[in-house]
Every structure is written in C-alpha cells, then in structure tokens.
Ligand binder design. Sequence first.
Ligand code: PLP
Length: 422
Amino acid sequence: MEIRDNILHIGGISARDLVDEFKSPLYVYEEDTIRARAGELKNAITFANKEIKFACKANTNLEIMKVLKDEGMGIDAVSPGEIFAALKAGFAPDRILFTTNNVLWEEIEYAVSKNVLANLDSLSQLRMFGERFPCRDVCVRINPNVGAGHHDHVITGGPESKFGINYTEVDDIKDIAEKYRLRMTGIHQHIGSGILEPEMFIKAMDVLLETAKYFDDLSFIDFGGGIGVPYRENEKRIDIAVLGKMISERFASFADRQGGGGHSVSREKDGLKLVIEPGRYLVAESGFLLATVASIKAEKKHRFVGIDTGFNHLVRPAMYGSYHQILHTEKAENPGVKQVIAGNLCESGDTFTRDENGIVDRDLPLFNEGDIVCLCNAGAYGYSMASFYNSRPRPAEVLVKEGSAKLIRRRETYEEIFTGSR
Ligand SMILES: Cc1ncc(COP(=O)(O)O)c(C=O)c1O
C-alpha cells in the first residue's frame, strides 16, 4: 500500500479505481506483501531442515493459498473444509497437517482417506485412532501449560485451554501409542496468537523440546504459529530475524544433543524437522477492506460515519475489540477530526472504531458520503471469519500485483445464500 498525493494505492491501483471496477465493499490483497512476509520467514529460520506451514484458517482463498504454495509453504488445516481447500490449491497431502479439536470421527477418517496426517488433541481420540488405524503415523498436540496470566483471547495453551494433551500426560500418550503400535512422527503445540515478543514463543518451545525427549520416532516438531503483526500505527514490529535465529539455534542444539548421544530421539539431526505454522504473519498486512460511506450522522457526542460493511465482513473489532488502522483513500494525509466508523448491521456493537468496552472516537480525515474507507491489516481472519449475517452477501476478493487486479472470488449472491445455487 502506498499513499501518493494524498491518494491510497494498493498494488499500484487507486482504491477508487478498484471499487469502481469491483464494487463496494471489497477485499483487496497485495501479492507482493504476502511474498515478502513468506521470504522474511524463510530467511529468518536458519535451521536447514524446516517447514513453514500456512495456518490457512487465516485466509482460505485458493489463489492466496497458491501464492503461499509457490513460496514453498505447507498447510496447517483445522477442518475437512480446509483440507479440501488445500488439496484444491494443489498442496500435496504430505505437506498438510490436520490439527483437530473436538472433531467427529468422520473428520479424521476424511483426513486419513486423503493421506493427510492427523494431529490429535485428546487421549480419547488417540485411543480411537489406535483402535481403528493401528500401526499408522500420527501426531499429537501438546498443551505445554504455558500461557497462564495472559489474555484469554490470545491463549490456546495453559490450564484453562481446551486444546491439546497436557505435557504431564506424556506416559499415557506413550502407552496408547505402544498398545496400538502407532508411530508418533510428530508432536505439536500452538500456544496463542498475536505474539509480539519472542520470549513467550521460546518459553513454550522449551517445554515442547523437553516433551520431545520421550519420543523415539519423531520426524518433526511443530511449534505452532502465533507470530503477531503490528495493528496500531505506533506498535513495534517483532524482529523476525531475531525470533528465527532464537528458534533455529535452540532447535539445532536440541537436535545435536538428541542425535549425538543415543538418547530417545534417535534420528540424526538433519532428520528431525523444525516446523512452524503461522497464519496472521503471512497474510494480515496484505489485506484491505474497502467500503463506501453511505451516511453521515453528526450527533452531539459523536460524528458517525456509516459505511456499507459491518462485522459480518470483518468481525475482529466487534469480537475482540481489535484495532484496525483506518484510512481515507483520497484525503489520506488530511488532518484528523474525531469520528466513529459504524457498520450497516442492525447491532449497536457494529462499529469499527472501538475497544472491548464500546465505541471510541478516532482522529481521521473528515469523511463524507461517497468517500471510500480503507480498513487495513484485514488479510488474516477477515474474509475467513466473514458471514452473511443480516443476509448481506460476502464481498468480492481481488488480488493485486504491479498495477493489475485479478478477481479471486466473486461477490456472494442471494441465490447462493438462499438456494445454495449460483
Ligand atoms: C493450531 C493453530 N496453528 C496455527 C494458528 C495460526 O495462528 P496465527 O495466525 O496467530 O499465526 C492457529 C490460530 O488460531 C491455530 O489454532
């Protein structure tokens, strides 16, 4: 994204031209930004035997998944739908991991039928898996008990978490695996999302490495995703090179120790693969939601700028009180006036300038009817969390690169919503 003469351009095209061509509201993604983030991550992880899996829950547009495939990524999928999407985007089954949580047996069967490795997150499912598929490869998700004291919304590890098998139950995992002669090819964790300081990631990594010592057959250790991006203008970017170096060095010395001394992880160091599975980091900053100002309401307390989208299309502010930078696409650098950006849904919580407690005025260039608003950092957990609430179809999605724009998903239609046909 670039501001030239006060005008916002995405992938070299002005926001106005994009909306004129593809209509409003509209999701726009910059291919170059996705590739840049992928490149940074690949360079940052210096350990040679590595795999970066894209956690596609962040964005399941097939064309975006194809870009990441082209960058050499694998896929972390959390549902049969995401496995389907990954296969359709051309990922080989052995590059896909199915990370389960409270899934029905049919879902695991679907993964197995597609030759996709299952990452199981309870002892009961591991037992069921062993009974039905003895002697198979399998992965388990470990809860490293890291995360206590942090905000609920960003924590998927720790005693309150529904995810994973607690690391203290490692003997039970081993017993079940032995009984059914399962080969534990991988162990996995994902402790949370939006991490901007390396320490948390490293702390959890150490727990998983300790746990890894109990398994003989590991081919990989997957440390999950969770790398944050700055959403606020003044937020510090994580130093990805530093994080990558820390992860790689820790992993290398673990692999050295285990491989060298005949300990329980019997593989040679080059045989043990380091896996991470970021979602947000790869795609968040590439995406923008463009919307048109439909109405202005200058009330005593707030100036409401009403736009033609809502939390049905970008739920993060309403759901988490999340901050998204908002830009005026044609007066991008004009001085700010206190305004509230409100959506078009019949819900009072449908505002984009807010925190967890409610609406917050924001200093923004003066908006008027017909202006185009740009909601930034919408590439992760934007469209993939969208719905047709209030029976408003989901927007179209466009991928831009060097001045040309490609429609990568049509705007949803009423026929699709109500009859399931096009
Ligand atoms: C299992 C798993 N892996 C990876 C991720 C990706 O997280 P992030 O987008 O923060 O990198 C998630 C997100 O919830 C997840 O649940």
